[in-house]
Design a protein around this ligand. Structure first.
Ligand SMILES: NC(=O)C1=CN([C@@H]2O[C@H](COP(=O)(O)OP(=O)(O)OC[C@H]3O[C@@H](n4cnc5c(N)ncnc54)[C@H](OP(=O)(O)O)[C@@H]3O)[C@@H](O)[C@H]2O)C=CC1
Ligand SMILES: CC(C)(CO)C(=O)C(=O)O
Length: 305
């Protein structure tokens, strides 16, 4: 019997993941009406590095009863909507395997208030809207990571990773997902708000003036990660900055951060789950976090303009 997967809050990331998974599993995506209508009429249109095509799968604004026994519920709404999505589908996700495939720090903790089976996910691939239910997959810096939150490995994580791999997506299961979530958060904290306030793609941030700010943001965040007891693959902030500049940045140099896209569309950003979370935790640990505090305030100011 095929595995049953439900994607909740399916937008650029969620509809594309649903499309790929629909080739190897039974999939239902909960999306906004205009996307759901388009998926039903002509399928999700995908272009870019994950291949081209029209993918048909079950998609609606609600969660039909037939999907209340899904094996996995994957949340791909913006972090700002995690709480609302969990509340809306609380009856369905209680006691179920729920995966967060979102950016930032705090989503898994929110989901953990609604189910005791939380899987953390980290994805470092670019998904851009090209129209209703039409997504371009632009860049990819590393395989997706999946792991039991806050730590550990088990069969449920392994089975999901195998399925996602079968669907043709690069993925690795890990026993230390918090490390991956923080690694991605460092990347987003370093690049997203600065790219958003200056209206440039990531690649432009290697300019020495911009890089000085990136460096300060990362150094503060590094102290916070250490205080949180999370071990990252790089021993020091400087080692991470070198990896960011020479490996991660070139792979995504042309990308305009999702935060810039949010500001352009007049939407709330995920800043409180990125630099805002770093600033909050820093204050709790007694660490000075002026750069993360400043860039968080700046983004909140821009959100209102
Ligand atoms: N885009 C990217 O390249 C990447 C994004 N990410 C992360 O993945 C997450 C998702 O990003 P992305 O896909 O770009 O975001 P999108 O805004 O494209 O997708 C989220 C979708 O969920 C919808 N939604 C929210 N609540 C509900 C609900 N209750 N019922 C139905 N639909 C709902 C939103 O609708 P509405 O807008 O109307 O509220 C939106 O269409 C974020 O955390 C992001 O940071 C991670 C890696 C890459
Ligand atoms: C660069 C990218 C697309 C990588 O996942 C990202 O995280 C973002 O724009 O916020």
């Amino acid at each position: 019997m095929d595995m049953k997967i439900v994607v909740l809050g399916a937008g650029a990331v969620g509809l594309t993941i649903a499309a790929k998974l629909s080739r190897v599993a039974d999939v239902h995506a909960v999306a906004r009406k205009r996307h759901a209508d388009a998926v039903r009429e002509r399928g999700l249109l995908m272009t870019g590095i994950w291949g081209e095509g029209a993918y048909r799968f079950s998609c609606s604004e609600d969660l039909p009863d037939a999907w209340l026994d899904a094996d996995y519920y994957i949340i791909t709404a913006k972090s700002t909507d995690t709480e609302a999505v969990c509340r809306q589908f609380a009856g369905a996700i209680r006691g179920r395997e729920v995966v967060s495939l979102q950016n930032g720090i705090g989503n898994e903790e929110i989901i953990g208030r609604f189910t005791d089976r939380v899987i953390g996910g980290m994805i470092i691939t670019g998904f851009e809207w090209r129209g209703d239910a039409s997504v371009h997959v632009s860049v990819e810096a590393a395989p997706m990571k999946l792991g039991r939150f806050p730590s550990g490995m088990d069969d449920a994580v392994g089975r999901l990773a195998d399925l996602i791999g079968e669907a043709g997506i690069r993925v690795e299961a890990t026993g230390g997902i918090r490390s991956d979530l923080w690694s991605k958060t460092l990347y987003n904290c370093a690049l997203n708000p600065l790219g958003a306030v200056t209206n440039v793609p990531y690649g432009a941030l290697t300019d020495p003036h911009a890089w000085a700010i990136v460096t300060a943001i990362v150094r503060e965040a590094y102290q916070v990660v250490e205080a949180e007891g999370v071990t990252l693959p790089w021993e020091t902030a400087e080692a991470y900055l070198e990896y960011l500049r020479t490996t991660q940045l070139p792979a995504t140099a042309t990308h305009h951060s999702s935060m810039l896209q949010d500001l352009t569309l007049g939407r709330r950003t995920e800043i409180d789950f990125l630099n805002g979370a770093v600033a909050d935790l820093g204050r709790r640990h007694g660490i000075d976090v002026p750069y993360n505090t400043c860039i968080t305030e700046l983004i909140h100011f821009r959100e209102q303009l």
